[in-house]
Every structure is written in C-alpha cells, then in structure tokens.
Design a protein around this ligand. Structure first.
Ligand SMILES: [Zn+2]
Length: 475
C-alpha cells in the first residue's frame, strides 16, 4: 500500500487527473446499468432469487388471454397506486369476476349447453306420455306438474300436431317451451328447488305500412294484390260497411288506400296490426276513416263511421258477382228495379240485421217464403225475404250485424237470393240514397287531439295515393 501511494505521488498532476477520471468512469459503468444491459436481460430467464434493489423487466405474459377488449382496458385503467395487499387482492378478484363474466357473455349460447328435442304432440297425448317417450323420470313429471299455474295448459290442453320443445342439460330436463300462439308461449325452466312455469309473450315491434290499389276484377282480389291479409280486407269492408254496399256498389276503377300497423314477432310479420286510416273511393264518392284510441273509426271531422244501418245485410264475400250493373231480377228477368234490392248468393249464406231493432214478424208465406221483418225505432222497417232458414222469432230484439237467417230460394223465386227492402214511415225507399239518421260525433274533449292525428293520417293517405298513382302510371 505504501508503494502505491508512493507511485501516486510520483505521477505528474496531468496523469493523476486522467487516472481519476478513468476510475470514476469505470465506477459509473458498474453501478448504473445501461439500457442495453436491461434489454439483453429481457430475453434471459428470470433468476429464481431476486436481488433487492435491482430492476427486473418482466415480459408480461397475461394469464387470461386478452380476447375481450373490456378486459384489457380494465387492466390498464386500474389505479396505479395500490394502498395495501388486501386492496390488491380485491382488485384482482374483481378483475377475475369481470373476466369470468365476459367469457360467459361471449360463449352464452353454449353455456350451459342445452340439447333441444322437438316433440310433435300426438292424438290423445299427455305430458306423462311425452316424458315417457323421452325417458324423463316420473319424479321430474311430478316436479314439472307443480311448476305453477301456467303448466295447466300442458297438463290439460295439449293440441295434437303442435310441437313441444324439450331442453336437456346433461340428459336432465332443463326447459320446456310450448307455443300458445304466434305471440304467446309457455316456458318451464329448472330452478334450484324444482321447476317454474310462466306464460310469456314474445317481444313485438311495429311498423306503419301502407297499401292501396285500383279495383279491376274484385275488391277482394285488389286487396290481396295490394298485400293485405284476408282479415285486413274484411276489416276494411267493415269500416266502410255503413257507407258502401260492398256486395253491389263496387265498380271497376274504384280504389282504396290504407295505412296500417304491422306487428313483427321475431322479425316476422304477425298480422295483428290495426288499420290506422283508410280511404275508399266508390263511384266517384270518397270516404275516409281514421282510427281513434277507442278502437272505433271516425271521419276526419270526428263523426263515427258507425251508423244506424249497414249498407248491405249480406257480406260481400258471398256475393257471386260484384260487377253486374244490369242485374236481372231473378223472377221477372227484367233489369227494372223493384221495391227492394236483390243479393244473389248461395243458399246458406248468412243474412244479418242492418241495424238494432225488434223482430215484428218472422214467418212464412207462399210469395215471400221464409221472411223476417225488423222495426228500427219508430220510422224504419227492414224486410228480408226468401230465406232458407230463420234464426229469430217474432218479438225478439236484435243487434246490428246479428245473424237472422240464411239466403234461400223459398217463395216465388227461380233461384237463391236475398230480397231486401227498406221502408221509411211505411214507404219503400232506396236504402242507398235515403237520408239516414246522423252518426254520433266524438265528444268535444277528444275532438282536438283526434283532429291532429286525423290530419297527419290524411296526409299519409294522400302521399301513399300519389306514390301509388306514380307507380301505376309507370307500369
Ligand atoms: Zn227481389
């Protein structure tokens, strides 16, 4: 040591500075690891024993695969400062939970895996027989039969031909689905204590659609071509049934336009939608109807479409010929109108009362055959002749649209038809042209909101008609 000190003293000052700087440089290299040194370590395996005060760079291989974006975001948004160990544990468990949930979400349809079997219900089938065919134990049948009130339908009213769905999890009955209609179904599912049955409704969506057409062959055909269902066509005829005689008054060139609501179940049209507004032009006379909250139809001015008398006491769909302006009288063979209107239809076609009233005569005569006369208020009487069958008795009260008999060929006739008469104060009148009692208007309180709806509906109808006209002129 002494010699080193001696040597050091002997060095010139310039050399001393060089040596000192080299030493301090070497010390620096030894103490502070450079970036390069750290980088090279990353590729090495992590030493089993960690040295205190040394920074180890660990390549983070996530334990849970980061498939879910939420999971990785969560990882980075975790607070950086962790107060203590228990807090850290909480954090971890919540992360695990989140990861677990998201994994469950991602693979929901397969977890738990339900094995579905469709079972077509046979004649005289029962839940017990169905269970037996599917090797479901009697114990399960007992549990299912105790699953709640909704199960009663399955126990009592299984409809042959319907399909009941049985869902199994590892060969154990887990769910039952039984459709009641396009909209409703019964669902039974396994719970911790047994089974639970519920009557459920499928979710529906609605959209507003419109349709319209000009009539070329018949109203029915035009309706079908416009995309309306049988029910909608009938409803449309019912809405205007007080103003238009659909059996005899429809002519080529008449037109209609409808705004309706369509319900969608599972994205499929369910056909339960209402007609919201409609317009019908018959022989240059235009009628409009708007649906109100009460489910009834009113003119855009707010007067009820319902009137004291129906235009026709037979449904148009039974009338053999819609377009026959020169209809010959079934007896005289002449075109000349007589005291009533004749509806040629098949024997057995229903005949309804044109309005509320009281049957003043239900009988038979050689001329009229089976006949029914109905008094409506003090002024009006309607008569229905040549009936095949009569369903009402003298003195009986009847409602508008109530079935009073069927079309026949009794009395002095050559073929089946209904002869209909309309009398005002004992005088025969033409029911199509006679002035009838005014329809009831909406109460003033409802009129304001109704008119707002009516205006927008009329605008929709107009727009629809114009689009339709543009389309047909292109064809
Ligand atoms: Zn006649």
């Amino acid at each position: 040591m002494r010699s080193i000190t001696h040597l050091w003293v002997q060095f010139p000052t310039r050399h001393k500075i060089y040596i000192a700087s080299i030493i301090s440089f070497l010390m620096l290299i030894l103490l502070v690891p450079t970036e390069k040194a750290t980088a090279s370590r990353q590729n090495e395996t992590v030493p089993e024993r960690l040295q205190p005060g040394v920074r180890y760079d660990l390549s983070l291989q996530p334990v849970v695969p980061i498939e879910n974006k939420k999971t990785s975001e969560q990882r980075f948004t975790q607070p950086e400062v962790v107060a203590n160990e228990s807090a850290l544990n909480d954090e971890l468990s919540s992360t695990e939970k989140k990861v677990g949930e998201s994994l469950l979400e991602a693979s929901a349809p397969s977890l738990p895996k339900i094995d579905w079997r469709d079972e077509k219900i046979r004649r005289n089938d029962s839940l017990a027989k169905i269970f037996e065919r599917n090797s479901i134990p009697a114990k399960t049948l007992i549990e299912v039969s105790r699953s709640g009130k909704a199960v009663d339908t399955l126990v009592r009213k299984l409809i042959p031909g319907q399909v009941i769905q049985l869902g199994f999890v590892e060969d154990e009955l887990n769910q039952i689905v039984y459709p009641l209609s396009q909209l409703e179904f019964i669902e039974i599912h396994k719970t911790e204590t047994g089974y639970s049955a519920q009557q459920l409704k499928k979710q529906t969506e609605s959209e507003v659609l419109y349709a319209g057409a000009e009539i070329h062959s018949s109203f029915w055909n035009a309706g079908l071509q416009a995309g309306l269902t049988d029910n909608q066509i009938m409803n449309l005829a019912n809405i205007f049934g007080w103003d238009i005689d659909f059996a005899l008054d429809i002519r080529k060139g008449d037109s209609f336009s409808v705004v309706y609501e369509e319900l969608l179940v599972d994205g499929e049209p369910a056909g339960f939608g209402n007609i919201l507004a409609a317009e019908f032009t018959s022989q240059n006379q235009t009628f409009r109807a708007i649906r109100h909250q009460d489910g009834e139809y009113y003119t855009p001015q707010g007067n009820s479409m319902r009137k004291a008398f129906l235009r026709a006491p037979v449904n148009f769909k039974y009338i053999s010929s819609n377009f026959n302006p020169r209809r010959l009288h079934p007896v005289t063979g002449r075109v000349a109108p007589h005291r009533g209107i004749d509806y040629a239809a098949r024997t057995g076609t229903p005949v309804v009362s044109a309005g509320d009233g009281k049957v003043i005569k239900s009988g038979y005569s050689s001329l009229n055959g089976n006949y029914v006369f109905i008094q409506h208020g003090k002024e009006y009487v309607t008569k229905y002749l040549h009936l095949h069958k009569r369903y009402v008795k003298t003195g009986q009260r009847v409602k508008q649209n109530q079935k009073i008999g069927t079309v026949g060929a009794t009395g002095r006739v050559t073929g089946p038809h209904l002869h209909y008469e309309f009398l005002v104060n004992g005088v025969h009148r033409n029911p199509k042209t006679v002035k009838l009692p005014k329809a009831l208007p909406l109460p003033a309180a409802e009129l304001k909101t109704f008119k707002q709806t009516a205006n927008s509906m009329v605008a929709l109808l107009e727009r629809n008609k114009n689009t339709l006209l543009a389309k047909t002129s292109q064809d």
